[in-house]
Write a protein that binds this ligand. Structure first.
Ligand code: ZN
Length: 316
């Protein structure tokens, strides 16, 4: 049977100030910090994961906050916009909430849906859309009631330097269903309930430049380790050069650069974030993989302390 991803597993982006990053994604958006760890390839930098209460696949945005890094430029070869989904009837709540924190936002529409667009504190482009599908959030924080809380990703807009190539890969490699074109966007749908609607501008986009405020990569779901191995072979058979399987502690990963310049990852749903920390304590300790434990004191000394805190309006 042909492989088909059920949608986005996670999206990883660059930031600068780790406390401002926590304040935006937990304090303003009301997401849960589900894991506080380090960049396994650069242990002097945090790796922060925000998602729903359990950090379910399809809800997770992750950041490498690197205080001295330069600002990037959003453009081709990147996820241009990350879309979050909220319950029907919630956009007006969010419009008021963003305004109360001084965050500019604007309304737009695509494929008959209304979107509220804004950026995070680094300039990363985000938007909210109302949809029925997707399980309701069970997490409430900082004045976001459960009934209006973000459920997870609605999807993303991919900025490709070779739009035809990216669209071909979405359909013929990842198994997404094309849903036609409208006003310069092609829409694709995966069978999952979250992170399942992907839009691609039909015209190619000029190269962006990586750095704070840009997405580094987008990961797609593989349901288990066996399917993950099959995905690696499938990607290679389609002419891409996947990395070996890499253990990322909370999932296994394989990366490849697609033809439109965007770094794609295939990530396993298991084992998830409760593998090294109790569900009720997710995000509350600095978690290190075993191979870094002997250096814990040194690593902790090099990281800026951060805390999840409730914000007053206008504080962000
Ligand atoms: Zn990743």
């Amino acid at each position: 049977m042909a492989l088909q991803t059920s949608g986005i597993h996670h999206i990883t982006a660059f930031a600068r100030d780790p406390q401002q990053n926590v304040d935006f994604y937990a304090g303003v958006l009301g997401l849960r910090l589900v894991k506080k760890t380090i960049n396994f390839d650069a242990p002097d930098v945090y790796h922060l994961y925000f998602g729903d209460e359990q950090g379910s696949p399809g809800t997770i945005i992750t950041f490498f906050p690197w205080p001295d890094s330069r600002r990037g430029k959003i453009g081709g070869g990147q996820v241009g916009v990350t879309t979050y989904v909220v319950p029907p009837g919630s956009l007006s709540f969010w419009e008021k909430r963003l305004q109360s924190f001084g965050i500019e936002n604007s309304a737009s529409s695509r494929f008959g849906e209304s979107y509220l667009a804004f950026t995070d504190n680094e300039g990363l482009r985000l938007e909210l859309v109302e949809r029925e599908e997707g399980p309701a959030s069970t997490w409430s924080f900082g004045g976001v009631p459960e009934k209006h809380a973000i459920k997870g990703f609605g999807g993303a807009i991919l900025y490709s330097v070779d739009s035809a190539s990216t669209r071909h890969t979405l359909e013929h490699v990842l198994g997404l269903q094309p849903e036609g074109e409208e006003e310069g966007y092609a829409r694709f749908r995966a069978p999952g309930e979250l992170g399942n609607v992907i839009d691609v501008p039909v015209e190619s986009v000029n190269w962006g430049d990586g750095g704070a405020g840009t997405v580094h990569h987008i990961a797609w779901r593989a349901k288990d380790y066996e399917q993950h191995e099959a995905w690696r072979g499938h990607v290679r058979q389609n002419g891409f050069q996947p990395t070996p399987v890499i253990d990322r502690q909370y999932f296994n990963a394989v990366y490849f650069r697609e033809g439109g310049g965007i770094l794609f990852e295939i990530a396993t749903d298991p084992p998830g974030f409760a593998v090294d920390e109790a569900s009720e304590e997710l995000g509350s300790h600095l978690m290190l993989p075993d191979w870094y434990e002997p250096k814990r004191a040194q690593i902790e000394a090099g990281l800026m302390p951060i805390q999840v805190r409730e914000l007053k309006e206008g504080e962000q």
